[in-house]
Structure formats: structure tokens, C-alpha cells
Design a protein around this ligand. Structure first.
Ligand SMILES: Nc1ncnc2c1ncn2[C@@H]1O[C@H](COP(=O)(O)OP(=O)(O)OP(=O)(O)O)[C@@H](O)[C@H]1O
Ligand SMILES: [Mg+2]
Length: 438
């Protein structure tokens, strides 16, 4: 049985490649390159097969990338091993890749790989002290089109860590949402049904949008924001456009869908004649059950005005949790100040005092006060230095280096009008009692 021969791969050999792949799997060797990658390279890159009669008994597949080429697959049927087929396959595939002018050919093989001889006899050296790392990219290539269409995107990885303070809210979201969604199998073992839809409510600027994005970042799921105001101009009308958008969303493997100011499309259905938005609210009520049936996704709706929402909208079974996001407590304000004050000056600033003076401030208010303190301090240092300083002057740079001081922050705080009035805050506390569900 020596009359095997090597030739270029043809499409008709795909079954043979599949058979080889399965023979590898049977011998408990987990190949580094996925089958789909190997098949893609067979068609688009460089592949040679060893055949005996009509049967494919071995194959080598390579891929050229700039100066370095990679062997993505090398296999011989078990009963054909030890005859030098692997060596010949390697030689042939290297030949095919030669026109690329590669200066290195590499192969990454499972530790249990037995055809070491084939590599060694073709002049490959076994590299020591290498480790193989692998990460699965959360969004697959075939989803990118749908994601782009929806204006969705993958957010930065660190948004969750960047939410300063808000320990209570963070812990709640981590336990109720992130844990069961990220550890779906574990949740299943405990009979936990992962949440599919939540409402975040609270006064303006408390971090609802920030949390929605942070959840997506934490889960490494794409973030898709649905803008009812943009959909309204669609020729199909808002309800039709909303339906279509959710059909597109259904094509994604995973995602966090965010609807901000949801009260605009899901407010109390009342009045005669019915408001034209009623059809939209009805549509949304229909969309949510279908959305809930698919795993790997979470709908986050945010509102400043939860009592305006349609009561049917909020009921059990539609939203798993109705979570308040309120004003930051002492600890949260301290964490925010620590975040917003430049590291170079933070030790000289009386942060405790700022924390005290910003009771009732939202994160947005604190961020605003911190920014304006920085801006003022910079302007003061550059322009108010008795006229002696001008841009480019060394002494100016020295002054600028000092950065904002406690008084700059106190001044900025004094000039910041808080967004959340006492009255709004009290209404929010009532809403937590009557509508919150965690
Ligand atoms: N925990 C936080 N740490 C640091 N910055 C925060 C935090 N929460 C919110 N911010 C900042 O405060 C600002 C307002 O936050 P965000 O837009 O998330 O609030 P919101 O509740 O969605 O407001 P609105 O009700 O007006 O939509 C943003 O600039 C955000 O970066
Ligand atoms: Mg918001």
C-alpha cells in the first residue's frame, strides 16, 4: 500500500477533510484551529491532500500572513501513519506557499500531537517555553452587519470598574443581572431563570445610562440603543419601525438593548381620543414577550418618571426587576470626587469637605462641579497671575502644575445648581416604595 500520492486540494475533497478532522477528534486531540477555519483555508489559502485511489488519507493546510505562514491543519488517517505522508504533505504545502516569500513557517499543535517526526524531518524546531493563549471574541463576524445596521457597538471593557461608588446599586446589579447572565449554566443548575428585561428609574443624572452601558461592558455583550425619536420618522411609523428593529436584534447572539426615556413610548394609556402613541405602547407590550423568549439578551429601559409608565408595562412577567438608581450616598460621592480630582492634587484637597458640601448632588452635578473647578483653576493660574504670566512662560507652567485647590472646588460647588430638587427626591423615595421591585 505505498501508492499514495500528494496533490492540490479540490473542493470535492471536503468530505475527506471532514473525515480526517473527525479521526483527530476520535483520538482525543483537540485541534487548535476550528474546523470552520480549516475549511475556509482549504478553499481560500493553501491546501494539499494525500490520496490513495479516491480516498483522502491525509491533508496539510497552510495560511500565509505577511512574512510568517501558519500550518493550520496536518492530519493523516491513523492507519496511514508512520509512512512519511506527513513529511511529504508538509513539503508540498510549503511549496505551495513559497510564492508568498515567507521567512517563517509556524505550526501550533496540541501537546498530544503524535506527528512530531513529520515536523522535525521538515526542519521545524520544537520551541520550548511557549504558552498558547486563546480568547473567544464576543461578537462573531457574521453578526457585525446586523450590529452595524442597528448602530450597536462593543463598549470598552472597563466601564463597570469605572462606575465610581454606588456600591449598593452595583452589588444589586451584579447579583441579580450579571451573575445569572454571565453564568447561565450555573444559574440553570440552581433553577434561576436569567432576567431578560429590567427598568432603571431615578432622578436625572444619577447614572442610569452609565449603568446600562456598564452592564453591557461587564457582560462583554454588544450595546444597542433604540432611539424612539429617530424611529418616529421611519415611513413604517414608530410602531412598525420598533417591531422591525427588534426583529433585527433577534439576529444577534447576545446583546444589551437600551431604551432611554421609555416613558415617552410607554406612558399611561388614557384619554379620549386615545393618543397616537398608544399603538406604540401596545407594540412594545407585544415585543417584550418575544424578546424574553430568546436567551443571551437583556432589555434595559430607563426613565426619570416611572409613575408615568403604563401599569401593564411594569407588571411581573414583563420586567424582572424595577431598580431605583438614586442620588449617591457619602461613600459614592467620595469615590466620585476621588475619581474627578486629578491624582496630582487629590492629597492636598479636603475631599471630606467636598463630600459634605455635595449632599443632594447627582453624579452629573459632581462631575460638572469638578470640571468647572478644574477649568477655573487653570484660567486663574494662566491669566490672573498679576499679568506677569503669559502662555509659554515657564512660571505659568509651574503655576498650572499646582492644579485646583479645595477653594476652587468649593466655589464651583457653590455655583452648581443641583438638578434634583428636594421635591423630586421625595417623589423618588415614594416611587421606590410603590413601584420598585428588586
Ligand atoms: N457612578 C458614577 N461614577 C462616575 N461618574 C458617573 C457615575 N454615574 C454617573 N456618572 C456621570 O454622570 C453623568 C450622568 O450620568 P448618566 O447619563 O448615566 O445619568 P442618567 O441617570 O442616565 O441621567 P438622565 O436621567 O438625565 O438620562 C455622566 O457624565 C456620567 O459619566
Ligand atoms: Mg440617561
Amino acid at each position: 500500500m505505498t501508492n499514495w500520492r500528494i496533490r492540490d486540494f479540490h473542493s470535492a475533497d471536503l468530505d475527506g477533510i471532514l473525515h480526517l478532522w473527525e479521526s483527530l477528534k476520535d483520538s482525543d486531540v483537540e485541534p487548535v484551529y476550528a474546523l470552520s477555519e480549516v475549511l475556509a483555508s482549504c478553499e481560500k489559502d493553501h491546501a494539499v491532500v494525500a490520496v490513495q485511489g479516491d480516498q483522502v488519507v491525509g491533508a496539510a493546510v497552510g495560511r500565509a500572513a505577511h512574512d510568517q505562514g501558519w500550518i493550520v491543519f496536518l492530519a493523516t488517517l491513523p492507519e496511514y501513519r508512520g509512512r512519511g505522508i506527513g513529511t511529504s504533505l508538509l513539503a508540498a504545502v510549503e511549496n505551495r506557499m513559497a510564492p508568498h516569500g515567507l521567512n517563517k513557517l509556524s505550526a501550533l499543535m496540541p501537546e498530544a500531537e503524535t506527528r512530531v517526526e513529520a515536523f522535525l524531518s521538515r526542519g521545524f524546531a520544537l520551541k520550548k517555553n511557549l504558552r498558547y493563549f486563546e480568547r473567544t471574541i464576543p461578537v462573531q463576524r457574521q453578526e457585525l452587519g446586523a450590529l452595524g445596521q442597528l448602530g450597536g457597538r462593543i463598549l470598552a471593557r472597563d466601564l463597570w470598574e469605572n462606575v465610581a461608588g454606588m456600591r449598593k446599586e452595583k452589588e444589586l446589579l451584579e447579583r441579580r443581572l450579571v451573575l445569572p447572565l454571565a453564568e447561565a449554566d450555573l444559574a440553570d443548575e440552581y433553577g434561576v431563570v436569567p432576567p431578560r428585561a429590567v427598568v432603571l428609574f431615578g432622578p436625572p443624572g444619577t447614572g442610569k445610562t452609565t449603568f446600562a452601558k456598564a452592564i453591557a461592558s461587564r457582560l462583554e455583550w454588544p450595546f444597542v440603543e433604540v432611539f424612539p425619536s429617530r424611529l418616529a420618522s421611519d415611513p413604517k411609523g414608530l410602531a412598525g419601525a420598533l417591531r422591525e428593529t427588534f426583529l433585527e436584534i433577534a439576529e444577534l447572539e447576545h446583546c444589551v438593548v437600551f431604551i432611554d426615556e421609555v416613558e415617552e413610548i410607554a406612558s399611561q394609556r388614557s384619554g379620549e381620543p386615545p393618543s397616537p402613541l398608544q399603538g406604540v405602547t401596545n407594540e412594545l407590550l407585544k415585543i417584550i414577550p418575544a424578546f424574553r423568549e430568546q436567551p443571551g439578551r437583556l432589555l434595559v429601559c430607563a426613565t426619570n418618571f416611572i409613575r408615568a409608565l403604563d401599569t401593564a408595562f411594569l407588571r411581573h412577567g414583563r420586567f424582572d426587576y424595577v431598580i431605583p438608581i438614586g442620588l449617591p450616598d457619602r461613600q459614592a460621592r467620595e469615590a466620585m470626587w476621588q475619581r474627578f480630582i486629578p491624582a496630582t492634587v487629590v492629597d492636598d484637597v479636603d475631599v471630606e469637605l467636598l463630600v459634605e458640601r455635595t449632599e443632594g448632588f447627582s453624579p452629573a452635578d459632581i462631575e460638572y462641579a469638578a470640571r468647572s473647578a478644574s477649568q477655573r483653576a487653570l484660567e486663574k493660574a494662566v491669566y490672573d497671575d498679576g499679568g506677569a504670566a503669559s502662555a509659554g512662560n515657564v512660571s505659568v507652567r509651574e503655576a498650572v502644575r499646582k492644579g485646583p485647590c479645595t477653594q476652587d472646588y468649593l466655589d464651583a460647588i457653590g455655583d452648581t445648581r443641583t438638578t434634583v430638587t428636594q421635591e423630586v427626591h421625595e417623589l423618588f423615595l415614594e416611587d421606590i416604595d410603590s413601584l420598585g421591585r428588586v
